[in-house]
Design a protein around this ligand. Structure first.
Ligand SMILES: [Zn+2]
Length: 461
């Protein structure tokens, strides 16, 4: 990975300033004591509606409730999800919160407060937006980058989608609570942070093909890039012991994840922090991937997605002389063949129509595709250099994820190696957001890449 001058990396405060929805992030010991003042200053709150689950009520909810009562902030109501089964970010949860708030006799001026992990935050974020009010976030684990992000990842009509809704106006994260979170939540957050390596590589690909008219491609915005990419390796190193409960590591991890959320707020999209690796994860989210009946966390799915995407990158850019070539008699599938392929890949899935629509929206005419192929081959050396300077080599990535107690093998998240590799095909169809999987498909080499992946003795073992 390339080195950056540390002085050029924006601080957490700079990143918070760049965000246009979140106004305050408290992360220091005792910061819950400042919650009443936050409610007064940013919300002019007439009262609060607390949302937690049985675990996060114990971890933080009770203490927050006591502090609020001590400060005479009216607690107008509460909603407690059961601890088991593990909560899903699906629409009925949002409806339940909305109905709870709307049923209050003095609902006006009541601020929803999300006390929990990524799922509770997403549910409250969307419910608050539908109620046309701001909410306060009290994160209880360094487990996802979504706390400070615009939008909520919600399963709606069988399709995992980012439903639009503003980030919280303010957050209060108590380091002691974050450090006591279950280890698997912190390792999930670490995996979600490591995924930004691939997001950076995909942004380079997207930046290269945008001028050629590729749909779903975006240019690199240097200000946003500098928020997330140059400081990433340093944050990963400092976060490595988060899942072991190290206070400093858990703070570093939370800060890094918060920054990635701020970068999404500033960019108005997820491009800076989510790429091919999240597409793998989205497919598994749609499939309700679980292990022994327990849903696999977002961050653990993303971790395996990051390993798989890194393998795809290394295979695609393995040869210094040029990208893989399509098979000898390769003919690019026409629109109707493409329709059939997408249709059969998502047959019986509730998201079938939506995915088909997306896949056809990003289906390019032959001229644009050959322009992209030509440009990539002509500028291959430079592109390869840029990407490999950003990519963490597979062996190093695996070693780092292992130290952070992240899953390394597909079986750990309930999948076989073959299933993970095959997911790349469906992942490529899902979103109109140009990434390496799109480039490989457009150049007719996705299958070559995946069969080399399949044959390798290095990846995903
Ligand atoms: Zn994520």
């Amino acid at each position: 990975m390339e080195n950056y001058d540390k002085a050029s990396i924006p601080s957490l405060t700079d990143c918070l300033k760049a965000a246009d929805e979140t106004r305050e992030l408290l992360i220091h010991q005792g910061c819950y004591m400042e919650i009443p003042a936050l409610l007064e200053r940013f919300y002019q709150a007439g009262g609060v509606y607390l949302v937690y689950d049985e675990n996060t009520r114990e971890a933080a909810g009770k203490l927050v409730g006591e502090i609020l009562m001590g400060a005479r902030v009216p607690i107008r109501g509460e909603f407690c999800f059961p601890a088991n089964p593990r909560l899903h970010a699906d629409y009925p949860g949002i409806t339940a919160i909305k109905e709870g708030v709307s049923a209050l006799s003095n609902s006006d001026g009541t601020v929803p407060v999300a006390i929990g992990g990524g799922t509770i935050n997403d549910l409250v974020k969307r419910a608050a937006a539908e109620l046309k009010r701001s909410y306060l976030c009290i994160p209880t684990a360094s487990s996802v980058d979504g706390y400070t992000a615009y939008g909520a990842a919600v399963l709606y009509e069988g399709y995992k989608q980012t439903m639009s809704c503003p980030a919280p106006l303010a957050l209060a994260a108590e380091p002691d609570v974050l450090a006591k979170a279950p280890s698997y939540l912190s390792s999930s957050g670490f995996g979600d942070l490591a995924s930004k390596i691939i997001a950076g590589c995909d942004w380079i690909i997207s930046d290269t093909v945008e001028p050629l008219g590729a749909p779903g491609a975006e240019r690199i915005d240097n200000k946003i890039w500098n928020m997330t990419q140059p400081g990433l390796m340093d944050y990963l190193e400092r976060s490595i012991d988060a899942a072991r409960g190290s206070g400093d590591a858990v703070i570093a991890l939370f800060e890094a994840l918060a920054i990635t959320g701020f970068s999404m707020q500033a960019f108005k999209g997820s491009r800076p922090v989510s790429g091919s690796e999240h597409l793998f994860s989205h497919v598994w989210e749609m499939d309700d991937l679980s292990l022994d009946g327990v849903p696999v966390t977002h961050g653990h799915k993303v971790t395996i997605g990051t390993l798989a995407a890194t393998a795809c990158y290394e295979i695609f850019f393995a040869d210094p002389a040029g990208p893989p070539s399509p098979p000898k008699h390769y003919v690019r599938p026409g629109p109707s063949q493409r329709t059939d392929a997408v249709s059969s890949a998502f047959k019986g899935n509730r998201s079938h129509d939506q995915v088909l629509k997306t896949a056809l929206e990003k289906y390019m005419d032959d001229r644009t595709v050959s322009r992209i192929g030509e440009a990539v081959r002509d500028n291959y050396r430079e592109l390869r250099e840029r990407v490999l300077a950003r990519l963490l080599p597979y062996g190093k990535l695996r070693e780092m994820l292992g130290r952070a107690l992240c899953p390394l093998k597909p079986e750990t998240i309930g999948l076989s190696r073959g299933e993970v590799i095959a997911t790349a095909r469906r992942a490529q169809m899902m979103r109109n957001k140009y990434c390496l999987l799109d480039l490989a498909w457009d150049m007719g080499v996705l299958e070559t890449t995946l069969s080399r992946f399949e044959d390798s003795e290095e990846y995903l073992y």
